[in-house]
Design a protein around this ligand. Structure first.
Ligand SMILES: Nc1ncnc2c1ncn2[C@@H]1O[C@H](COP(=O)(O)OP(=O)(O)O)[C@@H](O)[C@H]1O
Ligand SMILES: [Mg+2]
Length: 232
């Protein structure tokens, strides 16, 4: 099966004081259509940096990213934005909604950023319905609970029918019931063919995915290398 997203020997180097270090250290990863990969790892291990690179929001200092067979390197900002908008549904860590727009307007926003055919508002309403928050379409973000808002942000990530949804700790700060609710929604999306790349802080949520990789000091390893009692 063709890879939807491929990272080839990707590094991201930063300075701490005057000392350079690799937040992401020679990571290669291939995500095929229909995959559901969870990445776990301790705080500071490089998960968000890796996800931002995978989502085309941050350039690697070396290595390359291929989205649907297309190398993201050297693309101008407009081309890159359009590619991201069409092919990736990204829910960044601590993602927030625009406070002065209603939930419906927030969800439909990525549809309006670039010309798309079809009925954006209708698609947004269907997504709100599927996530059980259609009654909140005209509410503002500050009026929603944490779990409701998170579902709205996932709906927003889906509005352009992306090839892959990338979400950074989508269940952080949520109670167990809301977390399970969101992970069940991801599992259902995956069963319908949506490809998923998630960073998860909660080991109990890994069962919803198909495979797990662990990030440690910028390195990505196959499988769950954390032992019981260690907090990712
Ligand atoms: N813009 C930046 N400049 C310098 N260091 C950074 C920057 N962004 C992240 N880092 C460092 O890179 C490491 C990985 O960060 P991050 O990817 O956010 O980790 P995680 O998401 O696993 O908690 C951390 O040590 C963090 O301090
Ligand atoms: Mg992070």
């Amino acid at each position: 099966m063709a890879a939807v997203l491929k990272l080839n020997d990707v590094c991201r180097e930063y300075q701490r004081g005057n000392v350079p270090f690799f937040a992401v250290n020679h990571v290669s990863l291939s995500i095929e259509a229909g995959d559901f990969l969870n990445i776990i790892g301790r705080s500071g291990s490089g998960k968000s940096t890796l996800l931002n690179i995978a989502a085309g929001m941050l350039s690697p200092t070396s290595g390359s990213v291929e989205l649907d067979g297309e190398n993201l390197a050297g693309k101008d900002d407009a081309t890159l934005s359009r590619l991201r908008n069409d092919k990736i549904g990204f829910v960044p860590q601590g993602a927030s909604a625009l406070p002065n727009l209603t939930i419906l307007e927030n969800v439909v926003l990525p549809f309006c950023l670039w010309p798309h055919g079809g009925d954006g508002e209708g698609a947004a309403r269907l997504l709100l319905e599927r996530f059980g928050i259609s009654h909140l379409a005209d509410s503002y973000p500050s009026e929603l609970s944490g779990g409701e808002l998170r579902r709205a942000l996932i709906a927003r990530a889906l509005i352009n029918r992306p090839r892959i949804v990338i979400a950074d700790e989508p269940t952080s700060d949520l109670d167990v019931e809301s977390s399970i609710n969101i992970m069940e929604a991801f599992a259902k999306l995956n069963s319908e063919g949506v490809t998923l790349l998630l960073v998860s802080h909660d080991l109990d949520m890994l069962k919803f995915g198909k495979r797990v990789c662990t990030m440690s000091d910028g390195h990505l390893m196959d499988g769950n290398h954390l032992t019981d009692g260690q907090n990712p």
